[in-house]
Design a protein around this ligand. Structure first.
Ligand SMILES: *Cc1c(COP(=O)(O)O)cnc(C)c1O
Length: 455
C-alpha cells in the first residue's frame, strides 16, 4: 500500500507565498522586448503606456528570484487553490504501464483553466494603480472568462476582444463573461482602426489571437484610465503561473517523489513555463535533471517548425518586438483547428530555454489529441480541454514507451483545464469530421518572409 494520497493537497503553511522568477537563474536571459520603431530595448516608461507600472517592473526584472504574492491575491487563491496533484491510477491501469503518472489539475474554477492565477494578479495591480478598467483579447475564451472573474471581484471594468471563430463557436463562453460583467466584442471588429484595416486586407477572416491583441492594445492606449493585460506569453504571466509548479514541487517533495519527465501543452507558454519553473530552476543551478517536453499542435507548431527571431506579438504590428520561436505574426492557423494554442509565437523565456537545449518540444495532430482526451475522460472522469489534451497525448505516449521497456518512470503533466465549452469540437471528432491541417513548408516560408528585418 502506498502512503501517498491519490490526490495531494497542501496546507496553508505549505502553500507558496512568493512567485518564482525563473529568469533569475537563467544564464542566457530571454532577449529584451524592442521598440518596433527604433529597435532599442523597450524602457519602463514606454511600456507604462500599455501595462500597469507594477507589471512593467515584473516584466523587465531578470534578476529578482522571488516576488511576494500580495495578501489580497493569496486571499483570492484560497477560493480555488491549492489545485490537486492527482495520481492517475485508472489511466495507468488502462494503459498497463509501470510508469507512475501524476497530473496537476487547474480546471477546478469557473474559468476552467489555470488562467485565473495571472488574471487576479494583473487585475489587482491595475486596481492598485487606480485604473478604471482593462482590455484584453481572448481566443478559446478561458482567459477572457478568468479576467472577467478577477475584474468582477475587484470592481474593475473589463473589455474583451474575442477571436471571431471562438465567439461564434462558443456563445456560452461569451455569456459567462457577461455574467461577470465584461463586454465582449468579436475580433476583428469595426470598432478599432486596426480591426478595420485587418478586415480590409482579409475580408471574411475568422480572426486570430494576434488580431485581437492589436485591437485590445489600441483601445487600452486610446482610452483614459485603461491598460492592456495579456493572458500568456509575457514574462510577468509566467511569473504568476509559477504558482502551479511551486505547488506541484511542494506536493511531490512532501512525499519524496522525483519526476523523470514533465510535460505540458504550449500555446504562448504560460502554463508550461509556470509548471516547470522550480524544476527548471534546479536544472539550471545543476541541482537536478528532468526531461521537460512542450507539446504543441501540428497546425500551429511554433517551437518545432518556427524561426527563433524578433517578431511582432500581434498581427497589427503595434506591439513591441519579442525574440521568440515564431511562425510569423501574419500566420493565421487553419480555422478547422479546434483547440486553443493558436498563437503564432512562444514565450521568450521558453524560447531561450528551448534554444539552449534545456527542454524538448514535439507536435501532435488534433485527431490524436481528441482520441487521447476521450481515453482520459473515460478512465479519469475529467472532461479535458483540447489544449490540455495535447499534454495527455504525450503523457500517454511516454507511459506506453515505459510499458515496452519496463521502466517505472514518474511522469508529471499539466492538466490545464476542462473542455465543457469545446463540445462543438468533440462533436466533430465523434462524427468523424475532424481533420488535421498541417501547414506546408511553403506556407510557413511565406510567413517567415514577412518577419521584421533586423539590423
Ligand atoms: C490558454 C490555455 C492554454 C494555453 O496557454 P499557455 O499560455 O500556453 O498555457 C492551455 N490550456 C488551457 C486550458 C488554456 O485555457
Amino acid at each position: 500500500m502506498s502512503q501517498i494520497p491519490y490526490k495531494i493537497y497542501l496546507t496553508e503553511e505549505e502553500m507558496p507565498k512568493a512567485w518564482y522568477n525563473l529568469r533569475a537563474d537563467m544564464k542566457n536571459k530571454p532577449a529584451p522586448l524592442l521598440n518596433p520603431g527604433t529597435h532599442e530595448p523597450m524602457k519602463a516608461e514606454e511600456l507604462g503606456g500599455v501595462f500597469c507600472e507594477e507589471l512593467v517592473k515584473q516584466e523587465l526584472d531578470n534578476t529578482t528570484p522571488y516576488f511576494d504574492i500580495p495578501e489580497e491575491i493569496l486571499g483570492f487563491y484560497k477560493m480555488y487553490r491549492p489545485s490537486p496533484l492527482v495520481r492517475a491510477y485508472c489511466l495507468e491501469k488502462k494503459l498497463g504501464t509501470p510508469a507512475k503518472i501524476y497530473y496537476k489539475f487547474e480546471g477546478n474554477n469557473t474559468s476552467g483553466s489555470h488562467k485565473l492565477n495571472s488574471a487576479i494578479a494583473q487585475a489587482y495591480y491595475a486596481k492598485k494603480q487606480g485604473l478604471k478598467g482593462v482590455t484584453t483579447e481572448t481566443g478559446a475564451g478561458q482567459w477572457g472568462t478568468a479576467l472577467s472573474m478577477a475584474c468582477a471581484y475587484l470592481g474593475l471594468d473589463c473589455k474583451v476582444y474575442m477571436v471571431k471563430v471562438s465567439y461564434e463557436q462558443k456563445p456560452f463562453r461569451r455569456e459567462v463573461m457577461r455574467t461577470y460583467g465584461a463586454s465582449v466584442t468579436p475580433s476583428p471588429s469595426m470598432e478599432t482602426e486596426v480591426g478595420k484595416k485587418i478586415l480590409a486586407e482579409h475580408p471574411g477572416t475568422t480572426g486570430s489571437l494576434g488580431c485581437a491583441i492589436s485591437e485590445a492594445v489600441e483601445v487600452a492606449t486610446t482610452t483614459e484610465g485603461y491598460r492592456y493585460v495579456l493572458g500568456s506569453v509575457l514574462n510577468q504571466v509566467l511569473l504568476h503561473q509559477s504558482i502551479i509548479g511551486l505547488e506541484t514541487k511542494a506536493a511531490l517533495d512532501k512525499y519524496g517523489v522525483k519526476p523523470d519527465i514533465i510535460i505540458g501543452c504550449a500555446g504562448g507558454g504560460s502554463n508550461l513555463g509556470g509548471l516547470i519553473a522550480p524544476f527548471m530552476g534546479e536544472k539550471l543551478r545543476g541541482e537536478a535533471d528532468y526531461r521537460i517536453i512542450a507539446v504543441e499542435p501540428a497546425s500551429c507548431p511554433s517551437l518545432t517548425r518556427g524561426k527563433y527571431a524578433y517578431d511582432f506579438c500581434d498581427t497589427g504590428m503595434v506591439c513591441p518586438l519579442a525574440k521568440m520561436y515564431t511562425l510569423g505574426s501574419g500566420f493565421i492557423p487553419a480555422p478547422n483547428h479546434a483547440g486553443g494554442l493558436r498563437y503564432h509565437g512562444m514565450s521568450s523565456v521558453l524560447s531561450q530555454l528551448y534554444d539552449d537545449g534545456l527542454m524538448e518540444a514535439t507536435s501532435v495532430k488534433q485527431t490524436d489529441v481528441f482520441e487521447a482526451a476521450e481515453t482520459f475522460a473515460r478512465v479519469e472522469g475529467i472532461l479535458p480541454a483540447p489544449e490540455s489534451s495535447h499534454a495527455i497525448k504525450v503523457a500517454i505516449d511516454e507511459a506506453l514507451k515505459c510499458k515496452e521497456t519496463g521502466e517505472e518512470k514518474t511522469i508529471v503533466f499539466g492538466l490545464t483545464g476542462t473542455g465543457y465549452f469545446d463540445m462543438v469540437a468533440y462533436e466533430k471528432f465523434h462524427d468523424g469530421q475532424m481533420t488535421d491541417y498541417i501547414p506546408t513548408d511553403e506556407e510557413l516560408q511565406a510567413s517567415f518572409d514577412k518577419l521584421p528585418k533586423m539590423d
